[in-house]
Design a protein around this ligand. Structure first.
Ligand SMILES: Cc1cc2nc3c(=O)[nH]c(=O)nc-3n(C[C@H](O)[C@H](O)[C@H](O)COP(=O)(O)OP(=O)(O)OC[C@H]3O[C@@H](n4cnc5c(N)ncnc54)[C@H](O)[C@@H]3O)c2cc1C
Length: 389
């Protein structure tokens, strides 16, 4: 049985990044990936807030477009425009980026074992059972095996997920590429629809929601017909995927095993985005696991959930509350809210304080300026203000 310092289950972007940090420090690292090729099929809209560059490498060759903001549409097309002076987010080639992250992990000394499906893990002993290939052992095991994580299922009840569907659409008219479009609709709440241009002729159109995949497609088709920009367009490819429902109670450590990325439901509840949070948690997991191995003291691993909750607990809680409130609004409420927000000048406020990654500064500012109290029914305003008590 081959022995490593660390066995990482899953060569997604988060697992590969963690593996790289460990390999760079000289630890022996195996990445076990069930697929034959990293990164495919695409399961991402590829929209990353500009601060992603602070938490991982992102060479410019993977950036397909830069966007300055968003047009956010209400169900009856009242539009809130979020406009920044500098690019706010990058639209990336996610398949190539995943490959790149695994390649630089290999260059740092990690071993990538493709076609290695992990079937079972002994959390305490540190043994990983790989389908048709026997066992390997490791001092620490990291489950970075995505939304349907086998490792998570050994520690937790089955995870809840949202379904996601996305089309790559080719358009005939030249697209405006500086802004993404988002659309809220109570039938898919707390999910939403997105329209993310990657060039003047190609756009990713998708949505996530609790609906089934066929139902998601019905909504998507409806949206495609409705948008004037998409007249005479053709669907080039269809993708589907899952986004974990963020679970603040998820157990992310047991024995010498910990969970990371989507496997730990480390995603932003409001948008489902997981890369930035996953990358920051990869750094945290690296600091904790390297110390535990160096000192041969696995109790140190217990610092990982503490650090994670300390850094993100409050923001994630706020986002869960915002999401809950959104879910309780019907289309008429949403339209009214958009109309009032526009009247109250909230577009400027959102443009200044809005951030793809953290929503609490904006919500706080809206409370401070009294905007939320004038736009939302009293009961909702009370619920929001109680977040800071
Ligand atoms: C439609 C869609 C759009 C999205 N858009 C965005 C976005 O715009 N921005 C953003 O930040 N995030 C977005 N996300 C979320 C983002 O894709 C995830 O958060 C991210 O992929 C998580 O990375 P990960 O490495 O944790 O897991 P994954 O990328 O899921 O990787 C897990 C890996 O583990 C492997 N694996 C699973 N089980 C096993 C096993 N038993 N044995 C071995 N290997 C295994 C899988 O094959 C996979 O390679 C989107 C998700 C979807 C579905």
């Amino acid at each position: 049985m081959k022995d490593y310092d660390v066995a990482v289950v899953g060569a997604g972007p988060v697992g590969s990044t963690y593996a790289r940090y460990m390999a760079e420090k000289g630890f022996s690292v195996a990445i076990l990936e069930k697929k034959k090729k990293v990164g495919v099929p695409l399961q991402c809209a590829g929209l990353l807030g500009k601060r992603i560059k602070k938490v991982n490498k992102l060479p410019s060759e993977f950036i397909m477009n830069k966007v300055y903001g968003a047009d956010i549409h209400s169900p009856s097309d009242i539009v809130l425009k979020v406009d920044k002076k500098e690019p706010e987010a990058y639209v990336i080639d996610r398949v190539a980026y995943d490959e790149y992250l695994s390649e630089i992990a290999l260059e740092s000394g990690a071993e990538l074992l493709l076609n290695h499906r992990v079937e079972d893990v002994d959390l305490q002993k540190g043994e990983v059972h790989v389908k048709n290939r026997g066992k390997i052992s490791a001092k620490v095991i990291v489950g970075a095996d995505g939304h349907d994580s086998l490792v998570s299922r050994l520690l937790n009840p089955p995870s809840e997920t949202y379904g996601a569907a996305q089309y790559l659409v080719k358009v005939v008219n030249t697209l405006e590429i500086d802004y993404v479009k988002l659309r809220v609709d109570s039938r898919i709440s707390p999910g939403f629809l997105w329209f993310i241009p990657i060039s003047t002729s190609l756009v990713r159109v998708g949505l996530f929601s609790k609906l089934t995949y066929p139902e998601l497609n019905v909504h998507l088709q409806h949206y495609l017909k409705r948008l004037p920009e998409l007249k005479n367009s053709s669907v080039e490819k269809k993708y589907q995927g899952h986004i974990p429902v963020h679970d603040p109670k998820k157990q992310i450590i047991s024995g010498r095993t910990l969970l990371l990325g989507d496997a730990a439901s480390q995603v932003k509840p409001t948008t489902g985005g997981g890369l930035r949070l996953g990358f920051i948690c990869a750094q945290m997991a690296f600091e904790v696991t390297s110390k535990a191995i160096e000192t041969d003291n696995m109790d140190i691993l217990l610092d990982y959930p503490n650090l994670y909750h300390k850094k993100f607990g409050r923001e994630l809680k706020t986002q869960l509350q915002v999401q809950k409130i959104f879910q309780s609004l019907n289309d008429a409420d949403l339209d009214l809210m958009f109309q009032k927000l526009k009247e109250e000048g909230a577009e400027d406020l959102i443009s200044e304080y809005g951030d793809m990654d953290t929503q609490s500064p904006l919500v706080k500012e809206m409370l401070k300026m009294g905007v939320l109290f004038s736009v939302l029914p009293k009961i909702l305003s009370r619920r929001i203000s109680s977040l800071w008590k």
